[in-house]
Design a protein around this ligand. Structure first.
Ligand code: ZN
Length: 225
């Protein structure tokens, strides 16, 4: 996008949910302030928004909201911006020589649309084919959760999960499909409650149609217990 673009152009870009980069756009000074300092500043910003909307912040029900929202932003829903929170990369040798694909499906995704700061809620399905290294199953949930806890674009989230697992496992043979609802589409704007967005990233052997098909067939398996 050219530098002389005006604010309406950026508005349209956001409404169309077009992401600009595979990496989360961060400033180099992103961690100069510690979490407590960030919460302190954001608290005042939230109060300012609420006051501007005309709300009475002396009301008991609203009094605690600025601090509550600031803590939630920094520690919870955007906590994955901090690289310190990245799940440790502990891996194991594939002792039992399982050479087939491993699929972890229906991983809950709670993220936030970076264009509207509204929730993205859905499921991620991940597969990999081990080349000798394996990870604990819950590691995949934690990796999804880490990258989801950022202002996100679903395409970027999908790619970031795959790239991270490729690094951890030392193989390109990783795939991820995410199926999610965007509340900015479901609850405002076009207000389509039913629609969901599917994104996918297929690395290495998963670019082969047969391998990809096998993964997608596993996702369809009914595993209700
Ligand atoms: Zn949005």
């Amino acid at each position: 996008m050219a530098f002389d673009s005006n604010i309406e152009d950026f508005d349209a870009l956001g409404n169309d949910h077009i992401g600009t980069s595979e990496n989360t756009p961060m400033r180099s000074d992103a961690f100069k302030l510690n979490n407590e300092e960030k919460i302190d500043i954001i608290k005042d910003d939230v109060r300012h928004i609420m006051e501007t909307l005309g709300l009475d912040l002396t009301d008991d029900s609203l009094k605690g909201t600025p601090n509550r929202v600031a803590k939630m932003f920094v520690n919870e829903i955007f906590g994955g911006l901090n690289p310190d929170k990245k799940p440790s990369a502990s891996t194991f040798d594939n002792k039992y020589k399982y050479g087939e694909m491993l699929v972890e499906k229906n991983i809950t995704v709670y993220s936030t649309c970076e264009h509207h700061l509204l929730p993205i809620v859905g499921r991620a399905h991940i597969a990999y084919i081990s080349n000798g290294t394996v990870v604990g199953l819950s590691k995949m949930n934690r990796i999804v959760d880490y990258f989801a806890k950022r202002p996100q674009v679903q395409e970027r989230l999908t790619i970031q999960v795959v790239r991270e697992l490729q690094n951890v496992l030392g193989t390109k043979d990783v795939a991820c499909v995410i199926d999610a609802k965007h509340l900015c589409v479901n609850s405002r704007g076009i207000r389509d409650i039913e629609s969901s967005t599917v994104t996918s990233e297929f690395g290495g052997k998963f670019q082969d149609m047969e391998t990809r098909r096998e993964f997608l067939d596993y996702i369809k398996l009914d595993t209700k217990f």
